[in-house]
Ligand binder design. Structure first.
Ligand code: EPZ
Length: 417
């Protein structure tokens, strides 16, 4: 079985370019279904979640192929609006296909996505929005069968600014009849990226990046090429790695603008961070500084997807920090693995208290979800001696090649088959 072997204690020096965004690519790949023809996505990350989405597109009759880091998708031979269950079970974010298939074919059949290790992850907001848009949904033997004669624009207000529900509603609204207003919409940069993609293809969407998004339905979209934006969580993960080990690193093809909530916190932790148009320069010396209290919030707050990586940094700081995980109830499962390094972390409901430990020792640990897996790599970079991270496939869901990237920064890390 494959594993990642890290030998800790080395500072990070050098430069690495940041990949395209996983959480922008997935909804944009789904959105290509709204275009009857060919779409070219440049700087699409070659990660297993993207490969999974291309498998789904192929399974419903589309054609996809790669030219380097460009993904070309031809949906002209789309043949069915039933998403094979095995794909949804493997990747719950396949649910994003619902809005796109409804927009293209007025129907979709898909199995309920399970939760995952980080949380139950219900889809009630998505379903409520579709019902308001003249879409009927029926549960048939565990499948959601959705049908409509015509999607009709309406006003929708979310109880919580759900990223996926905002994306699915936008996808269903683009070719709908009339206007859709989404209140309490998610403001994450990935929403903006999706809307920029759709507007370039002829959609009429405004307000993205704010809490009210307005979609004017149009007749059709046209073929385009589009460059996917940088992955802000991969960027944040590498900033966390420098914060933990010390060093001086240039992160290329990324920007501080998409990292609200992260830059300020890492400056408090002790990083010196300089931003220019297309790069971030981050350096750190000595131990990370503790931060009294941080909580995860929807954008532009501190992102839940950076919580585990930040815990990995703070567990070697010189003091006590607290983090409250407000978004996903299961994100603390990684703490048992952190404790194998000698970390001193107390969990009480949503609140983690991290007592910094001067000495962490290498350990044999197991990744069980994406960001927790990346956090184990950070812990291994700091811990004395050898760390072995099993089930690296979880990390490959969102990181093109974390070992290659960190090797380029001087880390002693290898992927062992
Ligand atoms: C997206 O998940 C991201 N995934 C997640 O990144 C990210 O952590 C999350 O947004 C929050 O930023 C992708 O973009 C593919 P939500 P999503 O709907 O859309 C509750 C990663 O590591 N909720 O904003 O599933 C839900 O339970 C992944 O890259 C409902 O109750 O997140 C959660 O508590 C992990 N009902 C909260 O809202 C619903 O119908 C936020 O979920 C939908 C959501």
């Amino acid at each position: 079985m494959a594993y990642i072997h890290v030998t800790g204690g080395k500072k990070l020096m050098g430069e690495v370019d940041i990949q395209g965004s996983k959480n922008a690519s997935l909804p944009i790949i789904a959105a290509t279904v709204l275009i009857d023809g060919v779409t070219r996505l440049d700087r699409c990350p070659r990660i297993s979640d993207v490969f999974h989405m291309t498998n789904i597109l192929e399974a419903i009759g589309c054609k996809t192929y790669w030219e380097g880091s460009s993904l070309i998708i031809d949906t002209s031979s789309l043949g069915t609006s039933t998403v094979p269950a095995e794909y949804v079970r493997k990747m719950r974010s396949s649910i994003i296909m619902m809005g796109a298939l409804l927009g293209r074919t007025n129907e979709v059949t898909i199995t309920y996505p399970g939760g995952c290790l980080i949380g139950a992850r219900p889809i009630d907001f998505h379903i409520e929005a579709f019902k308001k848009m003249n879409i009927s949904l029926e549960d048939v033997d565990g499948l959601i069968v959705c049908k409509t004669s015509k999607i009709i624009g309406t006003e929708i207000s979310f109880k919580f600014p759900s990223v996926g529900a905002t994306e699915n509603t936008i996808l269903a609204a683009v070719l709908a009849s009339g206007k859709t207003i989404i209140n309490n919409a998610a403001k994450e940069p990935e929403i903006t990226d999706l809307c920029l993609f759709l507007n370039k293809a002829g959609a009429k969407i405004s307000g993205y990046g704010t809490n009210q998004i307005v979609v004017e339905g149009v007749e059709r979209l046209h073929e385009i090429s589009y460059r996917i934006s940088s992955d802000r969580i991969v960027t944040g993960t590498y900033i966390a790695a420098v914060a933990a080990t010390g060093g001086h690193v240039k992160l290329g093809h990324t920007s501080c603008g998409i990292l609200q909530g992260v830059i300020d916190l890492y400056r408090k932790i002790g990083c010196h961070i300089i931003c220019d148009e297309d790069n971030i320069y981050v350096s750190a010396t000595g131990k990370p500084r503790p931060v009294p209290f941080t909580k995860t919030e929807p954008y532009p707050g501190f992102p839940t997807d950076m919580q585990s990586q930040t815990m990995a940094v703070l567990m070697s700081s010189e003091g006590t920090s607290q983090i409250s995980e407000e978004i996903f109830e299961g994100r603390y499962k990684i703490v048992d693995e952190f404790r194998k390094f000698g970390a001193n972390i107390e969990i009480e409901d949503r609140l983690a208290t991290i007592h910094g430990t001067p000495y962490l020792k290498g350990a044999k640990v197991y990744a069980s979800e994406l960001r927790g897996g990346a956090a184990l790599v950070i812990a291994g970079l700091v811990a004395e001696g050898h760390t072995f991270i099993h089930n690296p496939g979880h990390i490959e869901r969102g990181y093109e090649n974390i070992c290659r990237d960190l090797q380029e920064l001087g880390a002693q890390i290898d992927y062992v088959n």
